[in-house]
Design a protein around this ligand. Structure first.
Ligand code: SF4
Length: 68
């Protein structure tokens, strides 16, 4: 799974950083950034929680099939 924050939609509420701090941080500019964009399987559920919790629907994920 890959994740990115749409800068145009993000309003800096910080829900994502509260729910999943290992992936989302609030930058000095006051908006969220995904510091990890290639999400490990252990983090996927909290990333999904952040996606659902974002009031602006600013977090987007792209599902990928990992071939191990
Ligand atoms: S919850 Fe959504 S709007 Fe709020 S900081 Fe995170 S990405 Fe931005």
């Amino acid at each position: 799974m890959r994740v990115f924050v749409d800068d145009d939609s993000c309003r800096g509420h910080g829900v994502c950083a509260a729910v999943c701090p290992s992936v989302f941080v609030i930058t000095d500019g006051g908006y969220a950034e995904a510091v990890e964009d290639d999400i490990s399987p252990e983090l996927e559920s909290s990333v999904r929680e952040a996606v659902d919790g974002c009031p602006e629907r600013a977090i987007h994920v792209k599902e990928e099939n990992h071939v191990n």
